[in-house]
Design a protein around this ligand. Structure first.
Ligand code: G6P
Length: 606
């Protein structure tokens, strides 16, 4: 969702801004723009569409040349994607880029119109630009603190004042913003990949802190305009991690990174053959003391939570409730101080998940997050953080972030079950050892690439699909179905196999392919019965089963056989063919795999 960048230094600023924005494309956007100090003024260029559309426009309009500027990729919230609604907004003396939503913009806009201001866009952002202009008294810091007292909602802002060439001002609340720093040049950005090409060193801007950058230094102030010092962070991701590295798409690259991602995530959390989460501040005593567990997340992360629920309840016999974050806070959940609320989020910035975290803390529960981005809002506000180590995930459709989230769910379940005395030390060690085998198994699962490509060729013309499974296979079906929908735009639904006959089977015809996942040994026969029900109604069946399982021709038209491991861990194995099928279907349909329409990677609005 909206990406912000800013650069001040000696380089060609337009080039740096475009380059940095391209690293934020994954966030999702529908228009882009830049503002650059040039010849004593601020040169603004903006355009609906992709960055290449902006570049085309600049070829006609004239490309700004300077050494200080701000840039933006917009994901429309207030007003359609259009040149006018694109950022930067402002006038000749002030230019801003904004990520987030200004909730009270209508009141502010009315006030400003009464003061004689005219508005050309439909955005909430233009209100902030005009408000800055209204308060501008020649002192940018003073002006910014004035507006901070008035604007409500979430925001990260990059600001330039014509009277202060060579300076960028930045401030944030509830939307991410980092300040990158290097010799003779400084940056602002929504996320680390935007600056990795230039520097690994950055500061995390906290709520209501103001950064002032010029080419030589960065100064930080609080809302009282007092100087503050901040701790320098060093990114542990390198530039290769944010490049395609020879793969056609980031998604394919990220699918292939899963052996390493899972290994890097679990290895430091295993000691003497047992799960070890103490380094994240989660002791065994704490873990077994919680009354109930809530898992709250959005999208793919929520699906990881569903697998977590099955595994924790099955192994540790502790009640787990999984919620979609956008629903959680509005259902007045029965959280008590003795509960553990687990927030799962790749980005650590998802607005609904962040709101759920705050609710959990307000109710006195322990908020633990499973997050991929170091220093993100969710990580910073949690009582306990378990970082996943997937590295940057650029493709909008989540792949490696999902499997590392699953890995943490497993470690938690194993440790909790052992701490509660429900499983023996030997069983816990055995399960942990099986989990440790996953990276190696993944190398074999990735060999299913050609098979998945073939399956995709059979699905590509379908209008609608069903994914079915039971138990853990059902939880995984949901993720398989989401993956396909997101990137291939083919409608699909995940259904509990046994529930089909209560309604949905009426949809099944020969033109509705069914992907049946049947890896749970105790449920295999039951799933096969359900598969036969759809087969009898003409559906083409694609069945995912364990290697060595014989599937009769009257059950499935095509099979995908995956390596066998403990039943509980099968979702980790099956995730990869599900991702590959979605990937190849999207490629065959000619879709924009890494940047599917209408979607954003980091959803910072509710
Ligand atoms: C968006 C993305 C999904 C992601 C979800 C949650 O909808 O498109 O891929 O699963 O947000 O994101 P998070 O960063 O909280 O895991």
């Amino acid at each position: 969702m909206c990406g912000i960048v800013g650069y001040v230094g000696k380089k060609d600023c337009t080039q740096v801004l475009i380059d940095s924005l391209s690293k934020l494309e994954y966030r999702g956007y529908d228009s882009a723009g830049i503002a650059v100090f040039e010849n004593g003024g601020i040169h603004v260029e903006k355009s609906k569409g992709r960055l290449k559309d902006l570049e085309e426009k600049m070829k006609k309009d004239g490309r700004p040349y300077g050494h200080c500027g701000i840039g933006h990729t917009r994901w429309a919230t207030h007003g359609e994607p259009s040149d006018i609604n694109s950022h930067p907004h402002g006038n000749k003396r002030i230019s801003i880029v904004h990520n987030g939503i200004i909730e009270n913009y209508k009141v502010l806009k009315t006030f400003l119109m009464e003061q004689g201001y005219g508005f050309e866009s439909e955005t909430d952002t233009e209100t902030v630009a005009k408000l800055l202009d209204y308060y501008y008294n020649g002192d940018p810091l003073d002006t910014i603190t004035h507006i901070l007292a008035e604007i409500q909602g979430s925001f990260a802002l990059g600001i330039m004042f014509r009277d202060f060439p060579g300076k960028i001002f930045a401030v944030r609340k509830d939307s991410p913003l980092i300040v990158g720093t290097s010799e003779g040049e400084n940056f602002i950005a929504s996320d680390v990949p935007a600056i990795l090409k230039y520097t690994k060193e950055y500061y995390l801007l906290e709520a209501d802190e103001i950064a002032v950058l010029d080419e030589n230094e960065v100064k930080f102030y609080n809302v009282h305009k007092a100087r503050i010092t901040k701790e320098l962070q060093v990114a542990n991701w390198d530039i290769d991690a944010a490049e395609k590295g020879g793969y056609e798409h980031f998604m394919l690259k990220e699918i292939h990174e899963q052996p390493t991602a899972v290994k890097t995530t679990i290895s430091p959390r295993i000691a003497e053959g047992l799960p070890y989460l103490e380094e994240s501040g989660l002791s065994t005593d704490m873990l077994k003391g919680y009354r109930r567990i809530f898992i709250v997340a959005c999208g793919t992360a929520m699906h990881a939570g569903l697998v977590g629920k099955y595994v924790i309840e099955k192994l540790a016999r502790v009640e787990v409730t999984v919620d979609i974050a956008s629903e959680f806070r509005y259902r007045n959940p029965l959280i008590e101080p003795e509960d553990l609320v687990i927030l799962i989020s790749q980005s650590g910035e998802t607005a609904d998940t962040l709101a759920a975290l705050r609710l959990a803390k307000d109710r006195g529960a322990t908020a633990m997050s499973v997050v991929n981005v170091k220093g993100s809002s969710i990580a910073r506000e949690s009582d306990i953080v378990i970082y996943t180590h997937a590295g940057p995930e650029i493709s909008v459709a989540s792949t490696k972030a999902y499997t590392v989230q699953l890995s943490i769910m497993y470690l938690l379940a194993f440790e909790l079950a052992y701490a509660k005395g429900v499983i023996s030390k030997e069983k816990c060690m055995e399960l942990t050892a099986s989990l440790s085998e996953i990276p190696e198994i993944y190398e074999n699962v990735l060999e299913l690439k050609n098979r998945c490509q073939f399956i995709a060729s059979k699905l590509v013309n379908a209008d609608s699909l069903l994914y079915i499974g039971r138990g853990l296979d059902y939880a995984l079906s949901m993720e398989g179905s989401l993956k396909l929908k997101e990137i291939s735009y083919i409608h699909s639904e995940a259904y509990a196999a046994g529930e089909l006959k209560h309604g949905t089977i009426s949809l099944v015809t020969e033109s509705m392919p069914v992907i049946a996942i049947a890896t749970q040994q105790d449920l295999y026969d039951k799933t096969v019965s359900n598969v036969k029900e759809v087969k009898a109604r003409g559906a083409k069946v694609f069945m995912v089963c364990r290697e060595g399982v014989e599937v009769d021709e009257d059950v499935a038209d095509y099979t995908i056989c995956v390596p066998s491991i403990d039943d509980l861990l099968m979702p980790l194995v099956v995730s990869i063919p599900m991702q590959l099928i979605a990937y190849y279907t999207s490629v065959l349909k000619g879709c924009d795999v890494d940047k599917p329409r209408n979607l954003a990677k980091s959803v910072t609005v509710e």
